[in-house]
Write a protein that binds this ligand. Sequence first.
Ligand code: 0RA
Length: 652
Amino acid sequence: MSELQNKVNGNGYSAESIQVLEGLEAVRKRPAMYIGDISERGLHHLVNEVIDNSIDEALAGYCQNIDLLIDKNGWITVKDDGRGIPVDMHEKEGRSALEVVMTVLHAGGKFNKESYKVSGGLHGVGVSCVNALSEYMRAEIHRDGKKYEQEYRRGAPVNPVREVGDSDITGTIIHFRPDPEIFTTTEFKFEILADRLRELSFLNKMIRLTIKDERIVEENGHQSEEVFYSEEGLKEYVQYVDEGREKLIDDVICIETEKAGVPVEIAMQYNTTFNEHLHSYVNNINTIEGGTHLVGFRRGLTRTLKRYAEESGMLAKLKFEINGDDFREGLTAIISVKVQEPQFEGQTKTKLGNSEVSLAVDQAISEMLKNYLEEHPKEAKAIVNKVILAATARHAARKARELVQRKNVLSGSGLTGKLADCSNNDPAVCELFLVEGDSAGGTAKQGRDRQFQAILPLRGKILNVEKAMQHKIFESEEIKNIFTALGVTIGTEEDSKEINLSGLRYHKVVIMTDADVDGSHIATLILTFFFRHLQTMIDKGYVYIATPPLYLIKKGKAERYCWSEEEREAYVKELGAGRDGSVHIQRYKGLGEMNAEQLWLTTMNPEFRTLRQVTIDNAAAADRTFSMLMGDEVAPRREFIEKNAKYANIDA
Ligand code: 0RA
């Protein structure tokens, strides 16, 4: 009999509740099936799951404040001022409604039928799942002038729901400690949680969300308290994401409506950049793979703008076709829909499949845009001009691209002399190192395992793609080299941004730069390039950052590499500095200071190296970060860099 069941029986619980707990036992056996994974991402998912319940209460109109606390032990408390989870007897189950919500899989939604439950985590698993994966949980309910409480261990109630005092407030307080037996890490990151709250505050206007971190953090500049509140929702979200970009028109175009029973909210704005930035949500979940709502948005936008442009006569002189991409160049838009029974598809289950949503969004955007264009002729003209510019640039880009691809065909594999390729040709095991500078590139070529590691040296600062037009990107020697080495082609006749990964030759691409300011700038430029043009490679987990050591410490025959100041101090102490013989500390400022053997040993050898996988936790936040770091506007960039010493929001 399992530990879980033992505990329950010890408390005299019935056979029925054991059945229920078998459900939670399943969650503990296969946690990844319920929360995605058991690493940092899954861990933070627990918090999202709990907060989503409070958001539902807020969307139902009963809750205005949600407070998240990371206490000094690193444990979580989520408090809301809603009605409080009901504690009365649940007739069918024969126990408190609270206990049912906390211990029965998927009970939360079913149990309150009239509630319009649209929020709910990625997997929509409910708070009972969080309970199952917590070594300890406590629910505190304020309701009907009383305070009630129940505690749980690994999902099993420790006691029945009990009244513990009087109360003059209402609400729900959930405290939990994730189970270290389940998770590979139980350390919560302030930034990840704060980003999610910010996102939720924009997606659900007029709810006050706060976060407070009581842990002692040594780093400077760490903010331990933030409040998120958005009066205007998506409109402010667009302004937030686009803060670092120059506006084409002043207005954010917005709509909040319901079409065919589907609530639709859209906010969009044109800026002077050359990329499109669409972020879409279904029931507060970021649909990174898109889906029917995005299809409807694109279709409605293209049709409405095209009709306006044609009727205005502005396209008369244009010698080539305008395509869908052209209408979205420099467009930032956030689309949020609420769907009663969402069907999520795709690799990461973040692609909306419900066909009825496409028409709803299409109608919403068409109506909003048609009105806007009619009422704002000056702005409408600026938008159409931007579309024409985009079409013209696309034409130029195609010519440049064709030239590159033709050249590749002529020179056989098309690989430049710079690439030192590996001998294996199974992409699954092959690695491409993008190395800063020819000199470090040379060292890496000597040090590598040529069987599966390829080296492409890059000259200093590559093109800042954030500021460049499409055709410039294909004219850049370094970027052409990266595309060619990867074996990735981009753009077809119909879709100039389609990425074709079928020829991809490496499933690990490792960015290897010096561990100094210049090096991290170069790494950021390369990351920006991947984020803007090859994001699917990041999504698939193919992009990594190498971590060369900062120090080599020697004393007599003993030597050790160190990756941080703390490590260095500890080792110097361990060697007993100053007692006998001297300790020699070498600081590596660049890759070039290591010889081939050292570089292999510390940074390239899979047995000893640490690669940091680049992931995107929050696409809209990353979008903003890249535009802040690499965009045109200087003031927000300076402010951003001052606030975030490193890459704050890029979880690299
Ligand atoms: C079911 C019914 C009612 C409220 C809730 C659930 C509820 C759940 C959560 C979870 C976190 N915070 C929450 N707040 C409320 C309504 C009961 C009534 O009619 O008063």
